[in-house]
Design a protein around this ligand. Structure first.
Ligand code: GTP
Length: 597
């Protein structure tokens, strides 16, 4: 295709502002998919995405559009995820296109992820077309939202399109604006092949499918290619485009976006941002490499039924094939048995993986409290990256510790601002900025990531009745007074319950944990102390009083079968217990103790 007849774009939006609905509409309007094949949210392919309405992997689609000028254009849309954990995927797909549609819900206005995503588009030098969506809603206020876009984001919104992705109002204008207002890509057909690896995923039938954007040169089926970053060499088995179904194509030239397969075994063999060229006469000029996404949140995943450990291993390995951003290694715990310590890009990523294991592989899981990576500086001058409180070195050998911090941006209606500020303060936040746009406030805080992974987002949603939006980015590490809090039941430490906390918050957390456990652990024939401790020092304590009577006592010794039944029940229950010294703790107690509320 001629460069001047190509437009590559992405859609940036806050969650639920209608990105997927608009994408579906554009596909439908151009007849890319026959009416009867149209199902809602075509681009969200995974079940879980469909159910939760969130887009996780970047997807692409090629649309052919006969414009008003009489020419037919090829429009390539790269769909980007909208959630904070996947900011990295947004940034990589932004590099592959020249423009963005900025979709803002006209009944809601600009939200935290609108900002985060549009800044990425601005960073990638995109031409941006503002689109006010949901004008069919009575609450839509286009003038106010256009003004907000200008005030808060600082881009011109006088020509903002007013549309309803749901009813179809304004969709032809969107297609025309893409052709008229977004720039055509540039590239040299005669130069050596230079293509960017935009994304890759694992397909059970095809193996690894690689999404590419050609910058210079031409790639054809059968070509022998080389990846400059990894050094991998492959023959191209299949070359094609998504419409949105896969369709083979003979070649892809400059400015075009498509996919290739090349007998690549696993997603880990491909590096996003890598440069693809020909094995012979290729370019040596690599694109600026992207750094791979690093996991920032860690937790243990254990099967509730220890017999399912192998199934869990299998499911994790399969998921990892398609998601190079999540890491795992085996872990054993006295309380929970065999499991895995896993690393994620953020809490949502954690939740998505956990749900997929439970749902797609039918394994009940226990998740331990999420933790971040601490930098532990030892007295001998070395530094350890601590992913798991269980690996904490002896405190007497530690010089100091640092924790990761984030810059959080929160947008909230004025009336809830007080509660939001209090929440941030409670989480050791430092206010950096506070501004107002209309009836909404924007607060920027420097916060410890540790306090955010715990339950910050849930708390934020509940204190603002869901009206706040939130986004964050990692900023770096800072020293603070951090300690490991252990939990002891009948003087035995329970590894799965130990956590890293700030010294000032340890008492509070310790007390809460002891109180919870007191309710969760069944009484025994003896008294059981439940303690939270830092090093050797107990900071909180509860005592579970002894059980005086035998469970069968209330049967008056009369009914023998009933007594037998009770004892059998007791025995069956014991199987699901974990032994700690003399104390048996039901598995369920761990699950509940680890639940955050
Ligand atoms: P993520 O994929 O989670 O980022 O969300 P999204 O931005 O893709 O939003 P999506 O397209 O899933 O739309 C969110 C909700 O808004 C859905 O319930 C849509 O039906 C609804 N919606 C989208 N566009 C319109 C519109 O123009 N008018 C109305 N009334 N509702 C809309």
């Amino acid at each position: 295709t001629e460069l001047s007849k190509i437009r590559n774009f992405s859609i940036v939006a806050h969650i639920d502002h209608g990105k997927s609905t608009l994408a579906d509409r554009l596909i439908q309007q151009t007849g890319t998919v026959k009416e009867r094949d149209m199902q809602e949210q075509l681009l969200d392919s995974m079940d879980i995405e469909r159910e939760r309405g969130i887009t996780i992997k970047a997807n692409t689609v090629r649309i052919e559009y006969p414009a008003n000028d009489g020419d037919t254009y090829v429009l390539n849309l790269i769909d980007t995820p909208g959630h904070v954990d996947f900011a990295y995927e947004v940034s990589r797909s932004m590099q592959a296109v020249e423009g963005s549609l900025l979709v803002v819900d006209a009944s809601q206005g600009v939200e935290a992820q609108t900002l985060a995503n549009v800044y990425q588009a601005i960073d990638a030098d995109h031409e941006i077309v503002p689109v006010l969506n949901k004008v069919d809603l009575p609450a839509a206020d286009c003038d106010r939202v256009a003004e907000q876009i200008e005030d808060v984001i600082g881009i011109d919104a006088t020509d903002a399109l007013q549309i309803s992705a749901k009813t179809g109002i304004g969709i032809p204008d969107v297609l025309e604006a893409i052709v008229e207002r977004l720039p055509a890509p540039e590239g040299d057909r005669d130069a050596p092949l230079k293509a960017m690896l935009v994304d890759s995923y694992y397909d059970a039938y095809l193996g690894v499918v690689v999404i590419i954007r050609v910058i210079d040169g031409v790639i054809k089926k059968g070509d022998r290619i080389k990846m400059l970053g990894t050094g991998g060499k492959y023959p191209v088995d299949r070359l094609g485009v998504f419409r949105p179904k896969m369709e083979d194509i003979g070649e892809l030239g400059p400015g075009e976006i498509g996919f290739l397969t090349a007998s690549i075994k696993q997603v880990r063999d491909t590096r996003v941002g890598d440069t693809i060229t020909h094995e012979k006469k290729g370019t040596e000029d690599a694109l600026d490499g992207f750094k791979p996404a690093q996991p920032v949140v860690f937790c243990g995943l254990f099967p509730v039924d220890s017999a399912q450990f192998e199934d869990l291993r299998d499911s994790i390995e399969k998921l990892a094939l398609n998601d190079a951003s999540f890491s795992f290694e085996m872990e054993t715990s006295a309380a929970l048995g065999f499991g895995f310590r896993c690393g994620f890009l953020g809490l949502l990523h954690l939740e998505v993986i956990r749900d997929r294991i439970e749902r797609e592989y039918d394994i009940d899981l226990i998740t331990t409290a999420p933790s971040v990576i601490y930098h532990v500086f030892m007295k001998d001058g070395s530094m350890i990256e601590l992913h798991n409180p269980a690996d904490m070195p002896d405190p007497s050998t530690i010089d100091h510790m640092e924790e990761p911090r984030i810059k959080a941006t929160i947008l909230v209606p004025d009336e809830y601002l007080g509660d939001v500020l209090k929440l941030c303060q409670d989480r050791r936040g430092i206010q950096e900025d506070l501004t107002y746009a209309g009836t909404r406030a924007m607060a920027v805080y420097d916060l410890p990531l540790n306090e955010v992974v715990f339950d910050f987002y849930d708390r934020l949603k509940s204190v603002t009745k869901g009206y706040a939006s939130f986004d964050y980015q990692m900023t770096g590490y800072r020293e603070d007074n951090l300690v490991k809090m252990s939990v002891l039941v009948n003087d035995e430490p329970v590894d799965a319950l130990s956590t890293m906390v700030h010294r000032d918050r340890a008492e509070m957390r310790g007390r809460a944990m002891c109180e919870k456990l007191k309710d969760l652990i069944p009484r025994h024939m003896f008294k059981i102390p439940i303690q939270a401790a830092i090093g050797g020092k107990v900071i909180a304590r509860e005592t579970l009083s002894a059980l005086r009577k035998d469970v069968t006592a209330k049967c008056y010794g009369g009914d023998a079968t009933r007594k037998k039944k009770l004892l059998e029940k007791q025995k069956a229950g014991k199987k699901k217990m974990r032994q700690f010294g003399k104390v048996e703790i039901p598995q369920q107690a761990f699950i509940n103790a680890l639940k955050m509320d």
